[in-house]
Design a protein around this ligand. Structure first.
Ligand SMILES: Nc1ncnc2c1ncn2[C@@H]1O[C@H](COP(=O)(O)OP(=O)(O)O)[C@@H](O)[C@H]1O
Ligand SMILES: [Mg+2]
Length: 296
């Protein structure tokens, strides 16, 4: 599979006085799963809608393989998408797919194939109105797969999935990317997609705050260390010497932006008797929150 590169370039979308997205730029590369992450209202859906030609940008552009969605000759065979679901509750899963199929040039056999790919062959004749969130997400993915696209754009695909569903979705999307496909998915919870994504784009307040590999995001986690000592006097002196350090109690020093080894060395040099030393530091979720809060 030869997935297209997805590029969002200086995209701005205003709705009257509301700026939903402001000057957003990022790419999603083929062969990788890109997580488009940010709190509710950050501008994720608006960006994905612009990418799919469903909203007109106020400024900037979004392209798939170098072309705007509207300029693609057979868009359904290039990119499969599932945005916030609007399924007709009275239709069965198979009927839903057969309604969409003509738009992407898929036949009835492909509809059944797509249902099988998402593990829903057994539910083909059941009405969507009775589906759980997890089944809706699977049906959405089946819809996106209909045209055999090399790119998938999925809005909150992990939303409402149980842990088994998340594991299944992760394996599916990772395998799709491993075959060369491009995957761009949004989520308001980093934890939900942390094990699924290779790259992250963090958006908040309509602005892109960070783009990197997930590995590089891990590296931005700030260390911190805690040291316990019975020598309150020297501990207080040490605290005064370390920027940002605080005493949780007279015997417990907490120091940001320093790991345990570095704090141990400082304590040793200061002649502080050490009874306990532990490194901690930000979790990935805390890094994510820090970046999205900087928006406010
Ligand atoms: N059609 C619209 N008209 C007016 N405001 C909108 C419209 N669509 C989205 N917005 C606003 O744009 C902002 C971003 O929304 P959205 O893109 O849905 O964020 P997300 O998907 O990250 O939750 C929100 O403040 C939302 O209320
Ligand atoms: Mg949204």
């Amino acid at each position: 599979m030869d997935g297209p590169r997805i590029a969002v370039e200086s995209l701005t979308k205003r709705y009257g006085a509301v700026t939903a997205v402001e000057d957003a730029s990022f790419v999603a590369e083929p062969g990788r799963v890109t997580g488009f992450l940010g709190p509710n209202g950050a501008g994720k859906t608006t960006t994905l809608r612009a990418l799919l030609g469903l909203v007109t940008p106020t400024a900037g552009a979004a392209t798939i393989g170098g072309a705007a969605y509207a300029a693609l000759e057979h868009p359904g065979t290039v990119v499969g998408a599932h945005l916030e679901a609007g399924f007709h509750p009275g239709r069965t899963a198979r009927e839903h797919l057969r309604t969409v199929a003509p738009l992407v040039g898929a036949d009835d056999a492909r509809c059944d194939e797509a249902l099988a790919m998402v593990g829903m062959d057994g539910a083909a004749g059941r009405r969507v109105g009775g589906f759980s969130m997890g089944m809706r997400q699977r049906l959405g993915l089946a819809t996106a797969l209909l045209g055999e696209p090399a790119a998938l754009v999925l809005d909150e695909p992990a939303n409402g999935l149980d842990p088994a569903g998340i594991t299944w979705m992760r394996a599916f999307l990772r395998a799709f990317a491993a075959r060369g496909g491009t995957v761009l998915l949004s989520s308001h919870l980093l934890g939900e997609v942390e094990q699924t994504v290779d790259d992250v784009v963090i958006i908040a307040g309509g602005r892109v705050r960070h783009t990197s590999s997930l590995a590089d995001l891990h590296r931005l986690a700030r260390p911190s260390a805690t040291l316990r000592s019975p020598d309150a006097a020297r501990l207080a002196l040490l605290a005064a010497d370390l920027p940002g350090a605080t005493l949780a109690d007279p015997a417990t020093l907490v120091v940001p932006d320093l790991d345990a080894a570095a704090l141990g060395a400082r304590a040793f040099a200061a002649g502080v008797e050490v009874h306990g030393l532990a490194g901690s530091g930000e979790t990935l979720e805390q890094v994510f929150l820090r970046m999205t809060e900087a928006a406010a």
